[in-house]
Design a protein around this ligand. Structure first.
Ligand code: PLP
Length: 434
């Protein structure tokens, strides 16, 4: 639905509150919204409804099935989950793991790169896949992000390429897909392997291809905060049989014997390669049930985000991360907004304070860049020390401009209206924020 249509529908359902007309841009409405007293100055709060942010949430069906498992233990739920996952996401091979770190670690092992190889990764990311990468001698090469998507900047990847670069690790930040067509074109041109960190993006799609199916491999976290939560768990996608077998031999001592007779990894049955990364079957049960509910749950969250963002992003200086038209994103953790304080007319801190007084759960968002941690600055942990990435203007800009709003996990149209009203009221009174 177009933004205009959304607005028309909203106006109908709300009785066209003065603040909503403000968004429509009439000077009369603006004047009305301006007359309202900000809550920070003693006026009434705009948001009076409590938002439903509970997460993770599980149903009775999985509770009952986990209870049965406890009375009659079995590993069978793991195979059932893997099959359901492969069917749902149409991926050739998948291996469930005890967490996302293990799944991504198995991918790093499966890459089979020479020790000292470099992997391009945004400094604006998590360290989780990089610790297991270190164990197989892969060294991060930190790159910048695009501050309007918070995702990897392919142009900076081109600048940071060295003779040691062998792979690229895009992370789909907060569920917004990286521009995987550009990433893959670049990787193909330079002969790099692509491993996706899809830990935030269960159900995101770009150009009709599921996130997690673009790269040679992908790892997903299923930890309790994620779009598909199993409290603790992970899973990796593989395009190729040999990658699947090598990755599986990393952490599953009993499985190589089940590989086809011609597998080069079959002989490692029993010992495997020393790790034990099996998913807990209770986690597999939870993951399977949440997978069945994933699309519906993502749609509810998306609907709430749209009900708020379609209106507030028309306010001067307020944006959301850019999502391409050929892309369907999901949301992880928060509804991230991007503020241009000059266009908005006040400092981020002052705006957050005024919004908070209105009852909006807004906060300044900042991400500590990976290359600033001691772990990445000390040569002794690495084959060779990860190079300081130099200036990362995209990361810096993101940290100066992002605002966090909660994700609402059930359909609460009145709450969305109150959020919109709060933003409009604050924007109409921006000159009072100092
Ligand atoms: C982007 C990203 N990658 C990987 C991981 C690691 O997943 P897990 O916590 O399941 O090991 C996380 C966890 O938060 C993450 O956010």
């Amino acid at each position: 639905m177009t933004t205009k249509n959304n607005r028309r529908k909203f106006m109908k359902t709300t009785g066209a509150a003065a603040a909503s007309l403000y968004v429509a841009g009439t000077s009369k409405a603006r004047a009305a919204a301006k007359k309202e007293t900000l809550a920070i100055n003693g006026g009434p709060k705009s948001v009076t409804i409590r938002g439903d942010t509970r997460w993770p949430r599980f149903g009775k069906a999985e509770c009952d099935e986990v209870a049965k498992l406890i009375m009659s233990p079995s590993y069978a739920p793991i195979d059932v989950f893997e099959k359901a996952w492969k069917d749902h996401f149409k991926c050739a091979y998948a291996k469930a793991h005890c967490n996302g770190t293990s799944a991504l670690g198995a991918c790093m092992f499966a890459l089979d790169l020479p020790v000292g190889s470099e992997i391009l990764v945004p400094s604006y990311s998590t360290w989780f896949p990089l610790s297991p990468a270190r164990l197989v001698g892969i060294v991060p090469k930190f790159v910048d992000i695009d501050p309007m998507t918070l995702n990897i900047d392919v142009e900076d990847c081109k600048r940071k390429l060295t003779s040691k670069t062998r792979a690229i690790l895009p992370v789909h930040w907060w569920g917004l897909p990286c521009e995987m067509d550009h990433v893959c074109d670049f990787a193909k041109e330079k002969g790099l392997e692509v491993v996706e960190d899809a830990s935030h993006a269960h159900g995101s799609v770009m150009k009709g291809v599921n996130i997690g199916n673009w790269g040679r491999m992908a790892g997903f976290s299923l930890q309790g905060s994620k779009p598909l939560p199993s409290i603790e768990g992970g899973i990796a996608n593989f395009k190729n049989r040999l990658d699947y077998e090598r990755a599986t031999t990393f952490g599953f001592y009993g499985l190589p014997g089940k590989f086809p007779k011609d597998s080069p990894y079959r002989k490692y049955d029993k010992t495997a390669f020393g790790s034990k990364l099996r998913m807990h079957p209770a986690s597999a049960i939870m993951a399977r049930h949440r997978l069945a509910a994933l699309d519906e749950q993502n749609a509810v969250i998306n609907k709430m985000v749209r009900a708020i963002n379609d209106k507030i992003t028309q306010l001067p200086g307020l944006d959301e991360p850019t999502c391409r038209k050929d892309t369907q994103r999901v949301y992880y953790n928060s509804n991230m907004l991007i503020l241009d304080k000059k266009k908005a007319g006040a400092e981020r801190k002052a705006i957050i304070k005024a919004l908070a007084a209105e009852g909006v759960s807004a906060s300044i968002f900042g991400w500590k860049l990976l290359h600033t941690y001691p772990y990445f600055q000390e040569a002794k942990w690495w084959h060779h020390q990860p190079a300081a990435p130099g200036k990362l203007p995209g990361c810096d800009r993101a940290n100066q401009t992002t605002i966090d709003l909660p994700l609402f996990r059930s359909d609460q149209p009145e709450l969305a209206e109150q959020y919109v009203k709060a933003f409009e009221k604050v924007w109409a009174n921006m000159d009072k924020l100092g």
